[in-house]
Design a protein around this ligand. Structure first.
Ligand code: PXL
Length: 266
């Protein structure tokens, strides 16, 4: 039987833990066929990102058009987009395609080790060009602060951040609470401005969380490709990433990846 398709518009991680590598294995683990529009090639290992080269914007868009016109896209996600030009071109291409599928925008700004994955002015382009077209945006707390100026420290400020982010025009926002300190659990807040759904899960004591944000966003995208509602897709994605964090491993001298290997035993 032909599986549903999910498209990732994102960068490559030479260390194999984040970016399109994380997206493709997450799509596979969730039973959807992964399609790729590569935006950038990063040079990195567990110790950090040494640099990146972006793919020409017209090549990024040609990849999207090639797969959409022939194979069809049931859902898409964006990760590392590298430059404002790529972001503007992707937005235009999505419009040309009619954007008749769910779009998850993970506003990736920097790696966990603090290396910029976006050229300057590009975050503003994500906010103005992609958020209004997004079904769901999935910022972590650093990205929330960069995008809104709100520092999330408790449930009240998490709600303030959700409201501020929804002003940029996405249908739903998931304010991920994983980076909040002083809480025993990881509490994420999902909202469309009417519903405010708190998703609570365990916090695992591991340093090896490389690729965690990408894995969550792509697991959600896979569920959306299968026709799941946004709240159910986010709940399923959170369960998936929890297990991947619980089973993360160290590789290299720095930060190791989250792991979907457990699906092989399912
Ligand atoms: O996890 C964010 C991310 C996304 N995409 C690429 C990355 C990273 C983090 O390092 O390298 C290509």
């Amino acid at each position: 039987m032909t599986p549903r398709t999910a498209l990732t518009i994102a960068g490559s991680d030479s260390g194999g833990g984040a970016g399109i590598q994380a997206d493709l294995r997450t799509f596979f683990a969730n039973g959807v066929h992964g399609l790729v529009a590569l935006t950038a090639v990063t040079v990195q290992n567990s110790l950090g990102v040494q640099g990146f080269t972006e793919i020409p914007a017209e090549v990024v868009c040609a990849q999207i058009k090639a797969v959409a016109s022939d194979m069809g896209v049931d859902a898409a996600k964006t990760g590392m987009l590298a430059t404002a030009e790529i972001i503007r071109s992707v937005a235009k291409t999505l419009d040309e395609l009619g954007l008749d599928f769910p779009l998850v925008v993970d506003p990736v700004a920097a790696s966990m080790t603090g290396h910029a994955l976006l050229r300057e002015d590009a975050l503003e382009a994500i906010r103005t060009e992609l958020f209004p077209r997004a079904t769901l945006i999935t910022p972590n707390l650093d990205e929330v602060r960069l995008l809104t100026g709100v520092s999330v420290v408790d449930p009240a400020s998490q709600r303030t951040a959700a409201d501020a982010l929804l002003e940029f025009g996405s249908r739903w926002v998931l304010v991920k609470g994983g980076h909040m300190t002083g809480t025993e659990d990881c509490v994420d807040l999902l909202s469309d401005g009417r519903e405010y759904l708190e998703l609570t899960g365990p916090r695992y004591l591991t340093e090896n969380t490389h690729g965690g944000g990408d894995t969550l966003a792509s697991a959600i995208t896979a569920s959306l490709a299968k026709g799941t509602s946004v709240p159910d897709a986010v709940a399923a994605g959170k369960k998936f990433i929890e297990r991947c964090v619980a089973e993360s491993y160290s590789l290299g001298a720095g930060v190791g990846p989250v792991s979907p290997f457990w699906v092989l035993d399912r």
